[in-house]
Design a protein around this ligand. Structure first.
Ligand code: NAD
Ligand code: TYD
Length: 356
């Protein structure tokens, strides 16, 4: 054991005020997680390490930016020097790795950055977590690693990984690297695989905020294929509680699925949203389907219920109504996003589809 490891162990024995490094904290889930942790653990110091890609938005954290327990550090998980600097400066006890390129459509047109940030980035984070004897490393993963639902089969944590798009494949690769760090170095790790998240601060490239934003601004609502695909939805706050439980009480080396059973057909969901915007029903447009579009996902979440007592509490339609209201009340947040990059992306993905 090195002197620094020894010193850290002695310090930790007396320490309640942990240092938590959250990567990707300026994104949707990360920013909700930071607010959640600052609120729940007033003795923790939270370091938000984020590259600020198109999806990283410090406006998501405006109301806590001056909190003395919060620090923002701009950096790239795929850049060893950036990661080394943040570990040297803060010596975190815990790491929650949220940083990732997160959108399936972008991974189909531009996969390289997904490999860089999601795979290489996870390995670099793991290397430094190991070197610094982090007390736990939680990887924020997804049900998409199991691939599309096949017949009546629901994946448990031991099911095989069969990702079908570059995003899902990069997340599956990252999960395996997390496992490898545990097996090789004895690093304490957990993986949380949740279904589709929704809630405030979600970037409007994902289904729910995109439909709300378009309905708000009288733009067409592009439904892929015939809209028959299904997704299972979790409110981001329920996901934050699952990550918290796994971080503090997860059995080392274990994976936990976090699903809700709230599965909805895409078209029905879009129809529910447009009902809140009189006149927008006629703006639903069926457009060319996504390549390799997974029809639905299915996973069992009994392990996290039984071992950690986690249950989702947010009823889906109530959570959706609150989310719609949040976007209606945050027009400034939306306007700031609808800048050059978003419009270019929108044209690239939707223009030809909507004019076909
Ligand atoms: P997001 O796209 O809203 O945010 C991602 C954040 O990561 C952004 O702030 C971005 O700037 C940052 N980032 C990207 N590359 C980085 C890099 N190389 N270095 C440092 N920061 C970088 O994504 P999200 O929806 O909040 O997802 C967060 C995590 O949760 C991802 O790992 C995603 O795979 C996973 N996940 C998301 C969902 C979902 O429905 N959104 C479901 C399950 C799992
Ligand atoms: P998305 O929010 O991109 O999440 P994921 O692909 O990771 O599940 O998409 C959710 C579902 O909505 C998926 O079946 C694709 C569909 N979809 C549309 O029909 N239209 C859209 O414009 C988008 C973004 C998604």
């Amino acid at each position: 054991m090195t002197n620094s490891t020894n010193n850290k162990m002695i310090m930790n024995e007396n320490k309640l005020n942990k240092i938590l490094l959250i990567t990707g904290g300026a994104g949707f889930i990360g920013s909700n997680l930071i607010r959640y942790f600052l609120n729940k653990y007033p003795d923790y110091k939270i370091i938000n390490f984020d590259k600020l890609t198109y999806a990283g938005n410090l406006n998501n954290l405006k109301e806590i930016e001056t909190d003395p327990n919060y620090v923002f550090v701009k950096g790239d998980v795929a850049n060893s020097q950036d990661v080394k600097n943040v570990f040297e400066e803060f010596n975190p006890d815990f790491v929650v790795n949220c940083a990732a390129e997160s959108h399936v459509d972008r991974s189909i047109t531009d996969p390289d950055i997904f490999l860089q940030s999601n795979i290489l980035g996870t390995q670099i984070m793991l290397d430094f977590a190991c070197e610094n004897d982090a007390e736990n490393f939680v990887q924020v993963s997804t049900d998409e690693v199991y691939g599309a639902k096949f017949k009546n089969f629901s994946a448990d944590e031991n099911s095989s990984l069969k990702p079908n798009n570059p995003y899902a494949a990069s997340k599956a690769a990252a999960d395996l690297l997390v496992r490898a760090a545990h097996q090789t170095h004895g690093q304490k790790v957990n993986v949380v695989r949740s279904c589709n998240n929704y809630g405030p601060f979600q970037f409007p490239e994902k289904l729910i905020p995109l439909m709300i934003l378009n309905a708000l601004t009288d733009v067409d609502l592009p439904v892929y294929g015939a809209g028959k695909q299904r997704r299972e939805w979790i409110h981001v706050e329920d996901h934050c509680r699952a990550i918290d439980l796994v971080l503090h009480r997860g059995k080392s080396g274990e994976i936990y699925n976090a699903g809700t059973g709230n599965e909805r057909i895409n078209l029905k969901l879009v129809e529910y949203i447009v009902k809140q915007f009189p006149g927008s029903q006629s703006q639903i447009k069926f457009v060319a389907d996504r390549l390799g579009h997974d029809f639905s996902y299915a996973m069992k979440s009994t392990k996290i219920h039984q071992e950690l007592g986690w249950q989702p509490v947010k009823q889906f339609e109530a959570g959706l109504d609150e989310t719609i209201e949040w976007y209606k009340m945050h027009r400034d947040w939306i306007e700031a996003i609808k800048s050059g990059e978003y419009l270019q992306y929108y044209d690239k993905i939707y223009k030809s589809r909507l004019t076909e």
